[in-house]
Design a protein around this ligand. Structure first.
Ligand code: NAP
Length: 333
């Protein structure tokens, strides 16, 4: 038989409770000891920017570091003291970046040309960093390519078939290439560099080396943005980040794996070109209505996000979405 519910009696507070009971005892010893005060001061110091976002002398490798987001990340790290290797297929772009942005800063920018969609080329990169540094603190898998633009508006099955299937640019090869660069490359780069990353954590107390993949809000939004292959590849890259983070931590390695999902930032991919400083430009008007921030992302928006994701030792397996509210407006799956 269930017991009947009997409400607990709440004792009434006596209105005659003597006030003296709550008075401060002025003869008591000071409540805060010097030790506690010192500890409070030390605690404050740990919140200084140079402690929260310290990348001084860290060794970083950024793929696709010769333009766009990779260049923004390279500057954010190198200006704050990191030794940043940048890679990409075009040596000239990398050299130009190193000579323009690698001067008069506390860190360094060092070009190291490579194609990261090829295992031999990845092996050479590993061997190069191994010989020069013996460890790696930050790996930013940022290189990426887009797929061709496809019309998705026709309200007619045959017309949709024409643009999405019959079009000569719509090929299996294109999907393979996009996935090879945007997804498989992240897997092979990360796994190839694990020993150097683990070494990076071992040699520096309080630091866990980190992999930061550049994915995209394109892998989060429900719209195809007129490039199915690209958006599907970015969704895969976000999931790959989580799987890698899980497996790496399950293997008891002290390597964090996260991704940054940018909204729209000026780059060779989004603007179609870059200027003599390897920088690109997108007019703000183009995104005034589309993005709640009413503009594309700025270099500093990306720089701040990269420093946060790289330095925060408690961030693992996560997506840092930096999009001015793009996903809010476009809607996610
Ligand atoms: N800009 C945006 O709005 C935006 C938004 C979301 C996500 N993203 C992502 O951000 C990343 C960077 O793109 P971005 O926008 O900054 O465009 P970007 O200026 O075109 O940069 C991409 C870089 O990747 C390099 N790259 C491409 N394939 C490579 C390969 N096989 N091996 C080595 N390097 C390779 C390119 O250099 P080479 O051609 O010389 O090799 C280029 O420097 C990409 O993953 C992109 O999907 C961009």
């Amino acid at each position: 038989m269930p017991r009947p519910y009997i409400p607990t009696r709440i004792p009434k507070l006596s209105p005659l409770l003597p006030f003296r009971q709550f008075e401060v005892n002025s003869t008591r010893k000071p409540l805060i000891s010097d030790k506690t005060k010192m500890a409070a001061n030390e605690s404050n110091q740990s919140f200084k920017l140079e402690n929260l976002f310290n990348v001084k002398d860290k060794v970083a490798l950024i793929t696709g570091g010769g333009s766009g987001i990779g260049l923004m990340a390279a500057q954010a790290l190198a200006v704050n003291g990191a030794k940043v290797y940048i890679t990409g297929r075009t040596a000239e772009k990398l050299d130009r970046v190193a000579s323009l942005y690698g001067k008069n800063i506390s860190g360094q920018i060092i070009p190291l040309p490579a194609d990261v969609t090829n295992k031999d080329s990845i092996r050479k990169l590993v061997s190069e960093i191994s010989t020069r540094e013996g460890h790696l603190s930050i790996l930013m898998n940022n290189a990426g390519i887009s797929s061709h633009k496809e019309e998705t508006t026709p309200e007619d099955a045959s017309k949709l078939q024409e643009t999405l299937f019959d079009d000569s640019s719509a090929t299996f090869d294109e999907w393979d290439t996009v996935f090879r660069t945007n997804v498989s490359q992240i897997f092979f780069m990360t796994t190839a560099f694990l020993p150097l990353l683990q070494r990076g954590s071992e040699i520096e107390h309080g630091w866990s080396s980190t992999v930061l993949n550049t994915t995209s809000i394109s892998g989060i939004v429900k719209v195809s943005q007129q490039h199915f292959a690209y958006n599907a590849s970015k969704a895969a890259a976000i999931h790959l980040t989580k799987m890698l983070a899980h497996e790496v931590t399950s293997s008891k390695l002290r390597v964090r794996v996260n991704n940054i999902a940018p909204g729209v930032f000026p780059s060779e991919m989004t603007a179609g070109e870059s200027d003599e400083g390897q920088k690109s430009f997108i007019p703000a008007e183009r995104y005034r209505e589309k993005v709640p921030a009413a503009r594309p992302g700025r270099d500093e928006d990306m720089g701040g996000a990269v420093l946060f994701a790289v330095c925060n030792q408690y961030l693992n397996g996560q997506s840092v979405v930096v999009d001015g509210g793009y996903v809010l407006a476009a809607g996610s799956v």
